[in-house]
Design a protein around this ligand. Structure first.
Ligand SMILES: Cc1ncc(COP(=O)(O)O)c(C=O)c1O
Length: 499
């Protein structure tokens, strides 16, 4: 019970400074000021506080501001309020004296686990770019062009809308129904893929979609066809699941279907992973005859096609070729996509389209590791789709990326002639090319990094047949024309310095 004495009289006008221009509200500032007075011991445990009316008068604020601050102090456990006797500092307050944080232990913890476990990670993965560097990476979207302010507003409004209670709890592992509905329309209207909310599963990036597919479909020893070269993350993922990779050559028309058939004749193939729109990493588009043939082969040799359409939205030459999934009449194709190239990788929104029985099984698997996605974010993105803002962004970004591609390729022709050979990519976000044989890519990469430009050392693109790395993807989409110009100048200078 509080002691019934008068309130502690402090010169609040001198002790508390409230700023109307501050980003915090007056009641937030007042709350913080009272916490400080309690922590400093100026308002000791059990002390009675002035009434909100008198405090408001002293500080020249509204009484409601003082009431809100006191309510917040009570909610945080600093004070208790009694209708009859007023507000008191609690007898047992959260922190009376600021406590010095204990120093970090002089000795770090054990450097190794004290138990055995299987190590699967490789030590060859490249360090992430320094955030202050210009980055000619594998090809990323420019998040500065994305409608991030609108998305932030949507997210905030989704969080604050009073009738959104159902979004805050556990929900379906397959993701926001609203987003699945919008994605289904979008996939149908832009590329002829037939999807329904029941055949669409939203994941944290397409990486998770592919992981779930591999987990459900692959058994140790299964053969998986991938391009020779392919997306190294996918290679790793299949190998992680015990699959044996069958590498098939890729030429200027995409993956060689004759070689796919030859592989099928040699052994049973469980899955074929393909990026037909712009083959990863070489950027070539799989021609129409080969697409038709691939679908026939899948039916004839009973394998699953995992189609990773990671950058469908970006095509500059003509209308994009429709995905294999749009022509799949036998339920052979699993179609994977991502918003990483539409917005930014940070949002981790990907999806997979597949038969409902497989989608249901994915839900079971997903709930074991990540009950569901970010429902609130997904709802916000669904609303951006509904208002047409995402599609408008894609149209704008496509034009800008095309201009950046043209400028970048021109710069490469001018400044790297004879040192880097490439063909103009018809779409996507990166140029694929080969450095002259005398160029030591790891050394070039190190030299560029010293000058503030991140460039891969090429090991991730190296095939088993190559003695050293010589190829790179150079992503142009995320850099402005000025940044591209600066990057190519650094690259050209580094080439001079290393040769
Ligand atoms: C071939 C390929 N697939 C998929 C992705 C997208 O991955 P996520 O959606 O997990 O960000 C990328 C990203 O760079 C990619 O290069």
């Amino acid at each position: 019970m509080p002691i019934l004495t008068g309130p502690v009289m402090l010169p609040y006008q001198t002790l508390i400074t409230l700023r109307r221009a501050s980003a915090s509200t007056l009641s937030q500032q007042l709350t913080a000021a009272f916490i400080q007075l309690i922590q400093q011991g100026l308002l000791p445990a059990k002390a009675k506080l002035s009434g909100t009316r008198s405090l408001a008068q002293q500080l020249g604020i509204s009484r409601q501001t003082a009431i809100t601050a006191f309510d917040e102090l009570a909610a945080q456990g600093w004070i208790e309020q009694h209708a009859s006797s007023g507000a008191f500092v609690r007898a047992c307050i959260p922190i009376v004296q600021p406590q010095a944080l204990p120093g970090l232990p002089a000795e770090p913890g054990p450097a190794r686990a004290g138990f055995a476990f299987a190590r699967r990670s490789s030590s060859t993965s490249e360090a992430l770019p320094d955030p202050t560097h210009l980055v000619l990476g594998a090809g990323c979207a420019d998040h500065r062009l994305a409608p991030l302010a609108s998305l932030a507003r949507k997210y905030r409004s989704v969080c604050q809308r009073p009738n959104n209670r159902r979004l805050f709890g556990y929900t379906e592992p397959s993701g926001s129904r609203a987003l699945r509905q919008h994605l289904a329309h979008y996939l149908h209207d832009t590329r002829g893929v037939q999807a329904q909310p029941e055949t669409l599963f939203i994941t944290r990036g397409s990486g998770m979609a592919m992981y779930l597919v591999a987990q459900l479909l692959l058994q140790p020893g299964d053969a998986v066809i991938v391009g020779d070269r392919s997306y190294s993350n996918a290679d790793e993922l299949f190998e992680h699941h015990g699959a044996h990779l069958v590498r098939v050559p890729v030429d200027a028309q995409g993956i060689s279907v004759n070689e796919v058939e030859a592989a099928c004749q040699r052994q049973a193939i469980r899955l074929l992973y393909i990026t037909p729109h712009h083959h990863y990493p070489t950027t070539v588009t799989l021609v129409a005859e080969r697409r038709v043939r691939l679908l026939q082969l899948a039916e004839q040799y009973d394998f699953v096609v995992l189609e990773d359409d990671y950058d469908f939205d970006f095509h500059y030459a003509s209308s994009p070729i429709l995905p294999l999934a749009s022509a799949d009449r036998h339920g052979r194709v699993l179609y994977v996509g991502s918003l990483s190239k539409v917005l930014a990788p940070a949002f981790r929104v990907g999806y997979v389209v597949g038969p409902p029985d497989l989608i249901a099984e994915m839900g079971y698997l997903r709930h074991l590791i990540d009950h569901q996605g970010d429902t609130l974010l997904e709802q916000g993105i669904a609303e951006l789709f509904a208002e047409g803002e995402l599609l408008a962004h894609l149209k704008r970004a496509n034009k800008i990326y095309q201009q950046r591609r043209d400028v970048f390729c021109e710069l490469l022709h001018t400044h790297l002639a004879g040192r880097f050979s490439f063909t103009l990519p018809e779409g996507g976000m990166a140029v694929w090319g080969e450095f002259a044989p005398d160029i030591d890519l790891p050394q070039l990469s190190a030299q560029c990094r010293q000058q503030g430009l991140w460039l891969s050392d090429g090991r991730r693109y190296q095939t088993a047949a190559e003695a050293r790395p010589s190829h790179l993807r150079l992503g142009f989409a995320a850099l402005t024309v000025e940044e591209l110009t600066q990057s190519v100048h650094i690259l050209a200078k580094a080439l001079q310095a290393t040769s």
